[in-house]
Design a protein around this ligand. Structure first.
Ligand SMILES: *Cc1c(COP(=O)(O)O)cnc(C)c1O
Ligand code: SF4
Length: 345
């Protein structure tokens, strides 16, 4: 959605066609890099990277907005942000134990786009799209098309929440829920807050990190208006992902009364050192965010090269305890299908 004042602020770019009427973040999303060769070229990676990038792209398409690209060091194939978004030939290698749906989510969907696995909390898939495609994502094979509900299907999901008075928290997830328009989100939140037993609205998102402009007036409008208590769980894996624009976006969320938490995935070659994890926690706190979970990798097919063994993961967190205050230590967890909560390691 776009307000009149936003439209006036959008200066026409003489080099390109006139902009369609959309918010700035939507323009950035629409212009994200989706071509593996272009990604390599823009980052100064030579042609040797092309075949692998194309093979990985065929399995799970490339998506990287400029706002994220600008934080990647050009010419460095081991950059921790690049590792998260550059497809590699390794993704085509099949590894025992790595499967398409490691969390068996398909078995926990009582209504379309709704996952009810844990007591008191229900997860709603508010948008199938993401602002960035993370190579290690456990949803890389998720049947999104079947899980992007229409308004009529939303009614079925909302009815499930309405009928179950043990539910106190609605979690908007995806994909990335903030890839939905503010008009859609305001519509949904209005219906959720009308359900008396709901107390909290939680949003699991990577969008404010990837495209900080997502935290605009339209979003802050519906977020400020709701009676529900608000928690935003961001997804940040490395300190370099937090630049000044991300900090500014987080400040706006905090000012709107949002509790900010972060979840990370422990990833080989991205954040698999005490130094990297400690720097991440410190940087999160500078942005007003508390570390919440450090997930071990879900065994999704195509991501085995990111795996860090359990023993090493425990050692890393023990190392963090030696250098950080307790409130900056994330909980090291694994998601095991069929369990009633995340499982601490
Ligand atoms: C992770 C998850 C939640 C939230 O779990 P918390 O431990 O409360 O953060 C809820 N529902 C599903 C399906 C999940 O995977
Ligand atoms: S933003 Fe989240 S859901 Fe989307 S690709 Fe990345 S990890 Fe997966």
């Amino acid at each position: 959605m776009i307000t009149r004042s936003n439209a006036l602020l959008q200066r026409p770019d003489p080099e390109t066609k006139p902009l369609p009427v959309q918010a700035r973040w939507q323009t950035q999303l629409a212009r994200a890099i989706r071509d593996p060769r272009e990604l390599c070229r823009r980052l100064g990676l030579d042609e040797a990277f092309w075949p692998g990038a194309e093979r990985g792209h065929a399995l799970f398409e490339v998506r990287v907005p400029e706002t994220y690209l600008s934080r990647i060091r050009p010419g460095d194939p081991s950059d921790p942000l690049l590792r998260q978004v550059l497809p590699l030939g390794e993704e085509a290698v099949s590894t025992a134990g790595y499967v398409a749906d490691p969390l068996a989510e398909a078995e926990h969907a009582p209504a379309p786009g709704l996952i009810h696995k844990y007591a008191g909390r229900v997860l709603l898939i508010a948008s199938p799209a993401c602002a960035v495609n993370c190579r290690y994502c456990f949803r890389r094979h998720f049947p999104y098309a079947e899980n992007a509900p229409s308004r009529a299907q939303w009614d079925e999901s909302l009815e499930h929440v309405r009928r179950d008075a043990t539910l106190h928290e609605a979690i908007l997830s995806g994909g990335d829920p903030l890839a939905a328009s503010d008009r859609q989100l305001a519509w949904l939140v209005e219906r959720l807050e009308a359900i008396p037993h709901l107390k909290r609205l939680r949003i699991h998102t990577r969008l404010p990190v990837v495209i900080p402009e997502r935290i605009d007036e339209a979003l802050l409008g519906w977020l400020t208006a709701t009676r529900l208590q608000k928690v935003v769980v961001l997804h940040i894996n490395h300190a370099h992902e937090i630049d000044a624009a991300v900090i500014a976006a987080c400040r706006k969320l905090s000012a709107a009364g949002v509790t900010l938490l972060n979840q990370s995935v422990l990833l080989r070659g991205v954040n698999d050192s005490v130094t990297a994890l400690a720097a991440l926690s410190e940087r999160l706190f500078e942005a007003g965010i508390l570390p919440y979970y450090l997930h071990v990798l879900d065994p999704v097919a195509g991501a085995a090269h990111f795996d860090v063994a359990d023993a090493e993961a425990r050692e890393l967190v023990a190392g963090l305890r030696e250098v950080l205050p307790g409130f900056l230590i994330p909980r090291l967890v694994r998601e095991i299908p069929g369990e009633g909560s995340k499982t601490p390691l």
